[in-house]
Design a protein around this ligand. Structure first.
Ligand SMILES: [Zn+2]
Length: 493
């Protein structure tokens, strides 16, 4: 009696292992088909996507002034069936466009601002093109997965041959039916045949990992203004915008294709020197008085001299915002803007101490008052989610794109802050010859070539496929969350 029960249980377990394997292979085939449908919809809209990217490139707009890009993108996404919220979260040029419902909610970030006097020298027009491509691709796959006749109309390669033979039926265990969760939602057309009904062992259920979740949830395109020094995402984060996302992905053009680019931690300082305390005296400053421009120049030179003692990975970028009004008038006020960059927050603090000492010593030397104001969007070093990165890498290889895993990027991004709030991946895709670098006049040129637009759409495909992986597997979502928590604990956030 006991022995018989043991055999039955063994058969039952073997049976479920077979069923799970077959169901998994169906899901893999189904996911491949869904990814193909996502790619197909992106290819079908290639001309429209390129027109979007080109129009944004032709009309560069600065921080928080991206009205034309905002209207262009929101109108397009609305026409394509997305639920669009314009001027989202109290920012006039932000938007949110969603398709689907419920969780998981996967966000793709869309940027579209340009640089002063240069235009699209960072290629954010291509970020917008790629983000819209992701939305179109994932939407097509979600619609396909939830369309009852989809598999009958377009059976994906490898799926029609999958049948469950009578051999899989465990013998002699009548009565029970498989738990409903065993049938993946979205597989309604590929019904499991009656032979597959496990007839035995009342009360037992397969392990939860075996339950295929199907494709469900929401894809959100988040239009985030003012990346170029405006900290648009920081304001959106303060308004809680990122809190309901399970994962956030973005692709950015650059000289190289990198899954996990290594950005730097950054602080922005605004420095003001004054020769008098305001309100100013009405008499013009004489040659005896302090000169605010001298103070700024002294600080600039001190920091430049100090560079030979910097770590090779440290950077200080400075410009003069104000240096006087006329050669015959001793400058009363000078202003500087300064970015400090280092690979991690600890090094950033060390570097900041050195730089601020230079600003203060120039004040003493010149006799001017100094005010060093730290702007409120300090970025930390980025935290790419390793599971998202792994899936992105897999998907890039599947479509024949060559991304290196890690490489240093000499810059920073407000995605760094996002990455500490929600599982995030911010990858770079190559445009140009590899010699044109972001924020240069040469990069403006490559950001509107037909090759660059095609690269943006290919990057969009990879992100769309990665989003589908997340929407299609609760197990993967659990791994993404766990690795996010582990990273935070390791860095003691
Ligand atoms: Zn950029």
């Amino acid at each position: 009696m006991v022995k018989g029960h043991h055999i039955c249980k063994q058969n039952y377990v073997q049976y479920w292992v077979k069923v799970v394997n077959i169901v998994c292979s169906i899901i893999v085939s189904l996911m491949e088909a869904l990814k193909l449908s996502a790619s197909a919809s992106i290819h079908a809209c290639a001309a429209e996507l390129q027109a979007l990217g080109t129009e944004i490139w032709e009309h560069p707009e600065l921080n928080y002034e991206e009205y034309q890009a905002h209207d262009l993108l929101t109108s397009y996404l609305e026409r394509k069936g997305f639920a669009v919220q314009r001027s989202y979260s109290h920012l006039e040029t932000a938007f949110r466009a969603s398709f689907g419902s419920g969780q998981p909610n996967v966000c793709v970030v869309c940027e579209y601002d340009a640089l002063p006097e240069m235009g699209h020298a960072c290629g954010h027009n291509l970020i917008a093109e790629a983000a819209v491509a992701v939305g179109l691709g994932v939407k097509a796959a979600l619609e396909g997965a939830n369309s009852p006749g989809w598999l009958k109309q377009a059976p994906p390669p490898g799926l029609t041959a999958v049948t469950l033979s009578s051999e899989t039926t465990p013998p002699g265990l009548p009565g029970a039916t498989p738990p409903p969760e065993a049938t993946p939602p979205g597989l309604t057309a590929a019904t499991l045949s009656s032979e597959t009904t496990p007839p035995g062992l009342p009360g037992a259920t397969p392990p939860p990992e075996a339950t295929p979740p199907g494709l469900q949830g929401t894809i959100t395109i988040l239009g985030t203004p003012a990346e170029e020094g405006g900290g648009g995402k920081i304001l959106l984060m303060k308004n809680g915008v990122f809190e309901d996302f399970d994962a956030v992905l973005m692709v950015h053009p650059g000289p190289y294709s990198v899954v996990r680019p290594l950005f730097k931690a950054v602080k922005e300082l605004h420095v003001t020197y004054r020769s008098h305390s305001p309100p100013y005296n009405s008499h013009p400053p004489s040659w005896e008085g302090p000169n605010a421009l001298d103070a700024a120049v002294t600080a600039y030179n001190s920091i430049s001299v100090l560079r030979q003692q910097f770590q090779p990975s440290w950077r200080v970028h400075m410009v003069f915002l104000k240096g006087g009004v006329h050669p015959d008038i001793t400058p009363e006020v000078s202003k500087m803007s300064c970015y400090i960059l280092a690979p991690c927050v600890d090094q950033l603090c060390t570097l900041e101490d050195k730089v601020v000492s230079c600003f203060r010593s120039a004040s003493v030397a010149s006799g001017c008052q100094v005010n060093v104001k730290q702007m409120n969007y300090t970025h930390h070093n980025i935290r790419h989610n390793p599971i998202l990165a792994e899936k992105f890498g897999e998907n890039s290889r599947r479509i024949g794109e060559d991304f290196v895993d890690q490489l240093g990027i000499y810059g920073s991004t407000d995605m760094i802050r996002v990455s500490r709030t929600v599982p995030t991946l911010c990858s770079y895709f190559a445009v140009g010859s590899g010699r044109e670098v972001n924020h240069s006049a040469e990069f403006v040129g490559v950001a509107n070539t037909s090759e660059a637009h095609a690269s943006a759409r290919r990057a969009g495909e990879i992100v769309a496929h990665t989003c589908l992986d997340v929407l299609g597997s609760r197990e993967l979502l659990r791994e993404i969350r766990e690795s996010f928590v582990m990273q935070a604990e390791a860095e003691q956030d």
